[in-house]
Design a protein around this ligand. Structure first.
Ligand SMILES: NC(=O)C1=CN([C@@H]2O[C@H](COP(=O)(O)OP(=O)(O)OC[C@H]3O[C@@H](n4cnc5c(N)ncnc54)[C@H](OP(=O)(O)O)[C@@H]3O)[C@@H](O)[C@H]2O)C=CC1
Ligand SMILES: O=C(O)[C@H](O)COP(=O)(O)O
Length: 421
């Protein structure tokens, strides 16, 4: 169970601790952040609201730990990562339980997220051994007039302290996809988990602790992004930021200093269907791509652009499959579960109402109970509707009928550049 057994030390009463300098700690702020269960809409967990001083101490410890870690042989770094991967997979059940309660991830998908995170950690260890073991040898006679009398060797070196900020939808997987590459490359890492998903992330971090990483090498500070985010991203000890999320990434890019930034942000992934498409295959992929985890995936199908001549057929086939989706709590492993927060549900509803007002065809009745929104296919969506351009991150898929490939490609290009045509 979450917070018990080997995880008992990460919780104090009913509040989860933060992890810094190799220890689980209670914040001096005496403040906590509540994590609301999307299904019950009641407080499920609480985490520490870390102070700026605690962030400073964490950064100092991460900076010191990185110096000796950079000298640790690659094979030893890989060995520890493999160990962490094994511990993570061993504890998949309590971590998956947190994902179900914090972000309403369907039970089976929650287990899959933890297992695939372990696999990713091992993969990074293996790739790191090869990629980081390589270097380049350059000679100087490539340009006219130069002799081969100068030599240059290059190899990859660590950046220092990496700040990792993942989003709520894969709080474990998208955290380890930052942690493992950073650590194998000789960096230390400070994680700021998403508020929804923070407790799953803390359990995951404890697996790294149990694997025996040196103190300070990996840390996890908790608190609302809107409160400690700027202090973290503008911290002078941070040498690199790896961020995955929405528009917040744009704001971070403007504020951060002259350091490397890795930004994986939102988008409007299109599925384009031409006349010669296999419509059964396309319909299956629209439903899987658009509605898995209630559309809360960056890789979700977020708009269907279909040639008018096959539009009626594809809409019919998709509707038949949508009718079979199960809707309900994540514990029952339903296909469609509550979206992550009430404000997300309100945002999605805003897009749906805008489409209704502007004349979209509703293939299903719009239905919502709390954060639970029933799957909805909107046909005859036009460019003046918000849903044509904005990312719902929910179980609503718009269909735009097109008359040429160019029309579809123009829509995709305009979406990617944030333009409306
Ligand atoms: N391209 C990709 O690979 C992926 C992109 N995404 C995108 O992520 C979005 C959904 O995730 P969501 O979590 O809602 O995204 P957000 O951008 O709202 O949040 C992402 C992270 O940023 C933190 N944060 C919030 N404010 C700040 C701040 N001022 N400074 C620093 N960090 C801050 C959040 O913390 P807190 O929770 O405490 O607010 C969270 O950890 C979608 O747009 C989706 O497309 C998702 C997955 C993959
Ligand atoms: O970033 C995301 O949303 C996930 O990495 C998507 O992964 P998936 O397509 O394998 O679900």
């Amino acid at each position: 169970m979450a917070g018990s057994g080997v995880f008992a030390e990460i919780v104090d009463g009913d509040v989860y601790k933060y992890y810094s300098d190799g220890e689980w700690k209670v914040s001096n702020s005496a403040k906590t952040v509540s994590i609301i269960n999307p299904t019950t809409r009641k407080t499920q967990y609480k985490v520490q609201a870390c102070t700026q001083e605690e962030v400073n101490n964490t950064m100092e410890s991460a900076n010191a730990a990185q110096k000796s870690w950079a000298k640790t042989p690659l094979w030893k770094r890989a060995e520890l990562l493999h160990k962490a991967a094994a511990v993570l997979k061993e504890h998949k059940k309590p971590i998956a339980e947190c994902l179900v309660k914090e972000i309403a991830k369907p039970a089976k998908d929650a287990v899959t997220e933890v297992v695939r995170s372990g696999d990713l950690v091992s993969y990074c260890a293996e790739e790191g051994l090869r990629i980081l073991g390589e270097g380049k040898f350059l000679v100087s006679d490539s340009f006219p007039g130069n002799e081969r009398n100068k030599y240059c060797f290059t190899s990859k070196i660590p950046l220092g302290v990496v700040l990792a900020i993942p989003p709520f939808n894969y709080p474990v997987n998208l955290a380890v996809s930052k942690i493992a590459p950073a650590l194998i490359a000789g960096n230390s890492l400070v994680l700021k988990p998403p508020t929804q998903g923070a407790v799953a992330a803390l359990h995951m971090v404890h697996c790294f602790h149990l694997a025996g990483f040196p103190k300070g090498l990996i840390s996890c500070v908790t608190g609302k992004g809107s409160e400690i985010g700027d202090f973290l991203t503008m911290h002078p000890r941070v040498n690199c930021i790896s961020f995955t999320g929405g528009d917040t990434g744009v704001a971070i890019s403007k504020k951060a200093g002259m350091i490397p930034l890795q930004m994986e942000l939102g988008g409007k992934d299109a599925c384009i269907i031409l006349e010669d498409a296999d419509l059964d295959l396309a319909a299956s992929n629209i439903v899987k791509g658009g509605f898995s985890y209630s559309g809360q995936r960056c890789t979700a199908v977020k708009v269907v652009l279909v040639m008018e001549s096959v539009a009626d057929d594809i809409v019919k086939k998709v509707n038949e499959k949508v009718a079979k989706l199960t809707v309900g709590p994540p514990e029952d492993d339903c296909d469609i579960t509550p979206v992550v927060t009430e404000s997300s549900a309100n945002f999605i509803e805003g897009l749906v109402m805008d489409a209704r007002q502007k004349g979209a065809t509703f293939c299903q009745e719009y239905k919502r109970q709390g954060n639970l929104i029933w799957p909805l296919l909107l046909d005859n969506v036009r460019p003046d509707m918000r849903i044509a351009w904005e990312e719902p991150f929910g179980p609503v898929v718009p269909v735009i009928r097109i008359n040429s490939i160019e029309e579809g490609i123009n829509h995709c290009n305009a979406s990617n550049f944030g333009l409306q045509v």
